[in-house]
Design a protein around this ligand. Sequence first.
Ligand code: PGA
Length: 258
Amino acid sequence: MKGSKKSSKIVVANWKMNPQSLEDARGLFSSIKREVKKVKGVSVIVCPPFVYLEDLSKKIEKGITIGAQDVFWENSGPFTGEVGPTMERDLGISYVIVGHSERRVLGDTDEIVSKKVFSSVKDGLTVILCVGETERDEHGNYLETLKNQIKNSLAKFSKRYLNNLIIAYEPVWAIGKSEKEAMTGPELHGMFIFVRKVLSDMYGQEEVKKVPILYGGSVGSSNASNIVSEGQVQGLLVGRQSLDSENFREILKMVEKL
Ligand code: PGA
């Protein structure tokens, strides 16, 4: 999976706080797995709630793996309710989403995100780091905000872990909306270049070529193809539409063709 990261497209399924039972999680995972078998050149990372990780991590196959939706920055100690990177690694998990806007709203500052990113990569996890502006303004200040968010979220990160980094650019204003309200491919391409430039200035142009940049925010079968082809991103982070295996299959089919 890791080796194919550069060439194949990546589609992350972020289930958020769904579904409500292990049985349903198993059912959804099996249906997604069936669809993944039919497509080529797409690596799927399903991120279910913590409680289903152990069970589903035993069911992974070629082309589909499991990731966590969050992680704590310490590995043990008096941190009630938290789960550390070593515990996730111990389940055989290699991916973790860090800094999702829904976690940031609940209190994850850039500093916390940076600590989570660093502990995770140090422990061998590949981080899917979510970044994105909350809103836009006509003066373009959101670009500065985004740049600072990227820099601060990676404040503790070091270049030697670049193989363990995936960026998910998710403009917060486009999350949880209709597909029509998502960013379009051409609009996204400018942002893709911007994010890559910020990373290049930090780590070097050649080095950051290996960091996949994904898009997330109201992706569905009607816009997946335009977003990936015109946006020229390496893949997608899909929320709601990953809870319906038929919709998810359509997205995978679109991405496969590109
Ligand atoms: P959405 O969620 O696809 O439901 O908009 C995306 C996300 O929050 O990552």
